[in-house]
Write a protein that binds this ligand. Structure first.
Ligand SMILES: [Zn+2]
Length: 166
């Protein structure tokens, strides 16, 4: 959480709107209704998963659906056991709609799924650089780029003029 503005009004609003139906780990992307629903079933109650879902709440998509993802990962379609996830992976998001805030593809992102996502033990996502194969889907906390993107989206860059003490 280093560097994350816990006291940002946006983050407090998100937490106030936290609401659990205890079915799965999921959230809408960005604010949709008056009350944002975040599903956190028992098996989702670890730090990484909660931060991942709250990062959806504040407006971020999965890293592996970026338009440039095929340069960094290979999707192994035949190994998916979930049609729903396959569908999600097919839809490579439109860059105009989902800003990447001028950050390059992030294999360390908390918003990146791991190698075995929806594969029932088989690899569904292969990092093109094998060094990253066990890094994708780290699930522990924000990467440096995750934090930079949050700061950019909410205009809380440390070097913005109002943060400078003269
Ligand atoms: Zn997610």
């Amino acid at each position: 959480m280093a560097g994350f503005h816990l006291l940002s009004p946006y983050f407090l609003v998100s937490l106030k709107e936290l609401y659990s139906k205890q079915r799965e780990c999921s959230s809408d992307i960005g604010r949709r209704k008056n009350r944002q629903e975040v599903d956190l079933a028992q098996f989702c109650l670890d730090r990484g998963t909660i931060l991942h879902e709250l990062n959806h709440v504040v407006g971020f998509e999965h890293e592996h659906v970026r338009p440039d993802r095929d340069q960094y990962i290979e999707v192994i379609w035949d190994n998916f056991t979930s049609e729903e996830f396959k569908k999600e992976m097919y839809i490579v998001k439109d860059r105009k709609r989902w800003s990447v805030f001028n950050e390059s593809y992030d294999l360390y992102s908390l918003m990146h799924y791991g190698p075995y996502a929806y594969g029932n033990g088989k690899i569904t996502i292969r990092a093109r650089d094998s060094y990253f194969q066990n890094i994708i889907g780290q699930g522990k906390g924000f990467s440096a780029k995750d934090i930079r993107k949050i700061r950019k989206m909410y205009n809380c860059l440390p070097d913005r003029p109002q943060d400078v003490i003269y």
